[in-house]
Design a protein around this ligand. Sequence first.
Ligand code: C2G
Length: 448
Amino acid sequence: MKKVITYGTFDLFHEGHRRLLERAKALGDYLIVGVTTEQYDIQRGKMNVVDSLMRRIDNVRSCGYADEIIVEDHESQKIGDVQKFNIDIFVVGSDWRGTFDYLNEYCEVVYLERTKDISSTELRIERNRSIRLGIVGSGRIAERTMAEVKFVSGISVTSVFNPRLSSAEAFANRFELAKAFDQYEAFLDDIDGVYIASPHETHYEYARQALLAGKHVLCEKPMVLRENEARELYEMAQQTGLVLMEAIKTAYAPSFLNLLAIAKSGRIGKIYDVEATFTKLIPSDPAAREYLPFVGGSFTELASYNLLPILKLLGTKYSDLRFDSFKDNNGVDIYTKAYFRFEDAIATVKTGIGVKSEGQLLVSGTKGYIQVKSPWWLTKTFEVCYENLDNNESFSAPFPGYGIRFELADFVRNINEPARRNYKLTAEESITMAKVMEQFLQNRIGES
Ligand code: C2G
């Protein structure tokens, strides 16, 4: 008798799950299905799981392919199960290709092609509706989003848009997406939301058209480079009841949220200074996005992260803002320092693509300071330090993978629960970021 095993969360049971189990069963005579516990899903960084373990087990059982159902509750269980149950074939969807090759030592490992579009299913009922996400752009961020989206329940990427069809098609093939488009309107037609991961200057138009078409928008940072554009987009979203979020991943990450809570609790006293640095050396190349005249440079590329703790901790009402930059021959800043003055606090942003510095965040108060060492924007651990070193404290929380799953999870929750929307980065903060970008770019034009 040939024994097959597969594992999964099987949340909001859908056609993709059913087809996976059907094909897994067909590979042998006896199918064992491992369903993950809530605890294990939290541990492996899976977010937004809706159904209880009992309900997920019931759904797997009622589809009729499983001969036996077991519970998966820890990382190293798979090897043990394969040995214990004398398994011949381990099966999982192709979104995990490569991950479970280590089991080859114990049994055959088969990756079955994932179901590309789970929306057209007779099992689809309103409660089980998975958000169909389309990705705009097919570069590095889009790739990272694909790696992260499988960790968020209730959303799946169904299509990609790129004005160059060949790029869109290559991306769709690589990530097994149902559709690739070079026509934006057609792309918007059969999705619920977009993730805009295209070059900065294209964000506004793509976001505007998506909102006009009634689609939710998650937009890479900097969302836009002009205050009035940001204001217009947020007004459109509000009037139409759509979700619009700027994708600054740090804003949604547990450890950074913890840091904000501690800073605001008064633990380090009154905050007088926030200093945030992000540098990333990028080789000078006039064709590279980061070196494009006008929209390129270190500030537009990196400052969104640094602005986040400043606006979160000191508010959006700064009274003065000045910039100092070093520029290349095309007027593109390779290093910038921005000085903020608030009524009773100051802040500094440092960004560099041609100058390297320690990428730390330092929040100074009357009783102590908070320090996050480089790379602070991927906050995992931070220290709260006092005059008396013996009192210093350390805090940490996970920042799994690329960290994009947190913003995706919030996007899903905000779409699904309109009455309880919670924007970790508010419209006002995001609009202020666009205002700062605009001031920076105007300043740069004024100087050159
Ligand atoms: N799947 C699929 N097509 C989809 C969605 C999911 O074929 N459109 C497959 C997945 O690849 C997986 C199974 O359905 O094989 C269950 O998917 P999930 O419930 O999302 O579980 P997952 O997080 O993939 O668990 O130990 C757990 C496993 O490692 C995988």
